[in-house]
Design a protein around this ligand. Structure first.
Ligand SMILES: [Zn+2]
Length: 399
C-alpha cells in the first residue's frame, strides 16, 4: 500500500494517481488552487465564468426561481445559499432529501438555513422502500448510503424539470479530492448523470439493478432515484436544458474560511468531534455518514480523519507529521452510537452489522487471526504494522 508523499491518502482510494514526486492528484490540484504548479488557476477568470452562467440562466420573471440548491443543513449548503442569495442576489429554491439517521443539530442547521430567507422543500421518502434499499446496498456493495446518494444526485434534476428551473448550484465537487489526471475539466465543473455514475460513489450500482420481486422493490419505487431522461432535461428553461455546476470550481473552496462565514449566519458546529474524525463540523446532519466512513475505512484503510487531515495539509493548516498523528488516532474508531441507532432502526443485530462489514474488510490491510479480523478492546480493527509504517515514511522516501 502506497501513500501520498505530501498528504496521507493511500493508493487504495479508487482512481487515485500519483505524480513523479509521489504527490496524489488532489495535492497537485491544491497546488494549482493556490497559484502554484504547472497550470495555476486564475480565480478571477473563473468568477467571471460563473457570472456569465448566472446571467444566462437567471429567471426572466422576478417571481421565478433562479436556481435549485440541494441542501442538507451542513456547512456547505449554508455557504451555497450565502453565495447565491447574499452575494449574487439569486432567488434559490432549496431542496432537502431526508437523511438516513437525522440528527438534532442537522435539523437545527436546516431551520437556520430556511431562516436565511429561502423557500425550502423537504422530501420525505417512502421509509419502507428506503430502508429496504439501505440494507440491500449495505449487503451488496458495503454502502448503506447508496439510496441517499442516488437521490441526492438525481432529485434536484427531477425538480428542475417539474419546476422548470434550468440551473442547479452544487457545493465543492471533485476539486478538493482528486483530480487533474483522470477527471476531465467538464466534470470538475458540471454534475450530470455520467458524473453521478462514474464519480458519485454509487459503487457501480444503478437504480434498475435494485428492482427485485423478492425484495418487493418495483420499477416505480426506483423512479425517484433515477435521473430524468435527456429529452425531459433538454426542454427545461425554454430548451436551455438543465445545467448543474459546482461552486468549488468557480471559487477557491476553503472549508475553514467558510466556517467563519456560516457561523456568522447562525450555523452551529457540534459540541465535540463526531465519532469518526477529529473535526466538529463534518457529517453533522446524518449519523449514518459515520457508518459510511467506517466501512470505507474497512475497505480501503482510510476514513474520514484521513480525508480531513489531507484537506488540512493541502490548505496549509497542518504538516504531514500532524496528519499522520490525526489519522492514527482517529481513523477507524468504531462508531458505537451510530451502529446502535442504525441496527435499531433497520432491525438487524450488531453481530450482523459487523459480519457485513467484515465481508468488505481488506485482509491485506488489517490483522487476522484464525480466520477472523483482530479487534482491539475498543472494537477497532488492527492495522498491519507494515501499512502503518509505510504511511509514516511515505514523505521521507520521496524527499
Ligand atoms: Zn496527497
Amino acid at each position: 500500500m502506497k501513500f501520498c508523499a505530501n498528504c496521507v491518502m493511500p493508493d487504495t482510494r479508487p482512481d487515485l494517481e500519483f505524480d513523479e514526486r509521489g504527490y496524489c492528484d488532489a495535492c497537485c490540484m491544491a497546488e494549482r488552487k493556490f497559484g502554484r504548479g504547472t497550470e495555476p488557476i486564475d480565480w478571477d477568470a473563473r468568477r467571471r465564468q460563473f457570472e456569465e452562467i448566472i446571467d444566462r440562466y437567471r429567471s426572466p420573471q422576478a417571481t421565478g426561481y433562479d436556481c435549485i440548491i440541494p441542501v442538507s443543513g451542513g456547512k456547505d449548503s449554508t455557504y451555497q445559499v450565502h453565495v447565491a442569495k447574499n452575494e449574487y442576489d439569486l432567488r434559490p429554491l432549496c431542496l432537502c432529501f431526508e437523511p438516513t439517521l437525522r440528527t438534532e443539530i442537522g435539523l437545527k442547521n436546516l431551520e437556520n438555513l430556511n431562516r436565511m430567507g429561502v423557500d425550502l422543500i423537504q422530501v420525505r421518502r417512502n421509509p419502507i422502500v428506503y430502508e429496504k434499499l439501505v440494507l440491500e446496498c449495505f449487503r451488496r456493495v458495503g454502502d448503506m448510503e447508496w439510496p441517499n446518494h442516488a437521490a441526492i444526485w438525481s432529485l434536484p434534476y427531477r425538480f428542475a424539470v417539474a419546476f422548470d428551473i434550468p440551473l442547479i448550484l452544487w457545493g465543492e465537487g471533485r476539486m478538493e479530492y482528486a483530480g487533474n489526471f483522470f477527471t476531465d475539466e467538464k466534470h470538475l465543473r458540471e454534475m450530470d448523470e455520467v458524473w453521478a455514475t462514474d464519480y458519485g460513489v454509487l459503487n457501480g450500482l444503478r437504480p434498475e439493478d435494485l428492482v427485485d420481486e423478492a425484495l418487493g422493490i418495483t420499477e416505480a419505487d426506483m423512479e425517484m432515484y433515477k435521473f430524468p431522461s435527456p429529452e425531459q432535461l433538454g426542454r427545461v428553461g425554454g430548451n436551455k436544458g438543465v445545467l448543474g455546476i459546482f461552486l468549488g470550481y468557480f471559487f477557491n473552496w476553503d472549508v475553514r474560511q467558510q466556517l467563519a462565514v456560516v457561523e456568522e449566519l447562525g450555523w452551529s458546529r457540534r459540541l465535540g468531534r463526531v465519532e469518526v474524525t477529529y473535526s466538529d463540523f463534518e457529517n453533522l446532519d446524518c449519523l449514518s455518514m459515520n457508518l459510511h466512513d467506517y466501512v470505507k475505512y474497512c475497505k480501503y484503510g482510510y476514513g474520514r480523519a484521513t480525508d480531513d487531515a489531507c484537506r488540512d495539509v493541502r490548505h496549509g493548516y497542518i504538516d504531514r507529521d500532524q496528519a499522520i498523528r490525526l489519522a492514527e488516532r482517529y481513523d477507524g474508531i468504531y462508531p458505537k452510537e451510530a451502529v446502535e441507532l442504525f441496527c435499531d432502526k433497520l432491525k438487524i443485530s450488531a453481530e450482523e452489522f459487523d459480519a457485513i462489514c467484515d465481508s468488505f474488510t481488506n485482509p491485506a490491510i488489517f490483522e487476522m487471526r484464525d480466520g477472523r479480523f483482530v479487534r482491539d478492546i475498543d472494537r477497532g480493527l488492527v492495522m498491519k504494522r507494515g501499512v502503518v509504517e509505510s504511511r509514516r515514511t511515505a514523505g521521507q522516501v520521496a524527499a
